[in-house]
Design a protein around this ligand. Structure first.
Ligand code: C5P
Length: 294
């Protein structure tokens, strides 16, 4: 199954909560860059899932969100089915693209299909929110205004044409979400009203003004070379907007998808560079591989 990823077109951090999380107000959009996750049901005497992955460094034990999702699905539905799962990763880790989160969403979807759909989309969305903060968006229609930790999902009309070219640029080094939140200085945030940002995008106003991310400043504090990369990409004059997604370290460039020549220079070895497009579909449809880049 195809397991897409996401970008945050804007991300406002509204407040720090008692439980240590932060309330967000963010426009998430599912994109067509994704992994492939194969699920093969194991025989009834299997007592655990078997997970393999093409990418080194990805945990294949119970700490992987895919296994957490399958465990939660079995607990909630009483289903007994275990799976052999192979993860073919394309989406980099520590990228702010929600790759691991999407794999968990895909696992919930696959387990539900295999069990004859005992759960509704609303239930899958709820369970997604129990596993992590940015899994629920993968049960939206693609463009979603997300609040709470990120798990409260409101479908919205896609704010940009789906054909808008995007270029994703991620330095070799990734960023860990908790470290970026720890470096966040709440006093340094933008003051933009998130509903206003949503309205500005919907009205076709300047993308570069609406695509604010309150996690850029802390991410740049943790990783100063990311600020330079953003400056350099913006300085090319090729893109309508250049901003960081999620807690980084991917920089999203909107309006063109040709990599600038400087990315070939020494110092940029190992940089992940990929064109992408926004996708919007009824929940779950994008898990069908035939729809990949349709
Ligand atoms: O929910 P998830 O496991 O993705 O979150 C990882 C970490 O990121 C949390 O432990 C927390 O430190 C931080 N976080 C946060 N506020 C959010 C989402 C994540 O502080 N809304």
């Amino acid at each position: 199954m195809f397991s897409p990823s996401k970008i945050n077109l804007f991300l406002r951090v509204m407040r720090r909560r008692e439980d240590g999380y932060h309330d967000l107000a963010s426009l998430f959009h599912v994109i067509d860059l994704g992994d492939t996750v194969d699920f093969v049901p194991l025989s009834p005497d299997a007592a655990h899932d078997e997970l393999t992955c093409n990418m080194e460094g990805v945990p294949t034990d119970e700490s992987n969100l895919v296994i957490k999702a399958l465990n939660l699905f079995r607990r909630r539905t009483g289903a007994q089915q275990y799976f052999r799962v192979h993860l073919h990763k394309v989406v980099p880790h520590g990228a702010g693209l929600g790759g691991g989160s999407a794999n968990a969403a895909t696992a919930l979807w696959a387990a539900n299909e295999a069990a004859g759909r005992p759960a509704t989309n609303a239930q899958l969305l709820d369970w997604a929110g129990e596993i992590g903060s940015d899994i629920s968006v993968f049960f939206s229609q693609g463009a979603a205004y997300c609040t709470g930790r990120g798990e409260v999902v409101e479908d919205v009309a896609p704010p940009l044409p789906l054909a808008t070219p995007l270029l994703l640029v991620k330095p070799l080094q990734g960023l860990a979400t908790p470290a970026v939140f720890r470096a966040l200085d709440l006093a340094g945030r933008s003051t933009a009203d998130p509903r206003g940002l949503l309205a500005a995008l919907a009205a076709g106003r300047s993308v570069s003004e609406a695509c604010v991310n309150d996690l850029e400043a802390p991410a740049f504090a943790v990783m100063p070379e990311l600020a330079e990369l953003k400056e350099r990409l913006a300085g090319e004059g090729l893109f309508d907007a250049v901003f960081m997604t999620g807690s980084g370290s991917t920089i999203v460039c909107v309006g063109a998808d040709q990599p600038p020549a400087f990315l070939q220079e020494p110092g940029y070895e190992g940089t992940f560079v990929a064109p992408a497009r926004l996708i919007a579909r009824p929940p779950g449809e994008w898990y069908q591989p035939a729809l990949l880049r349709a």
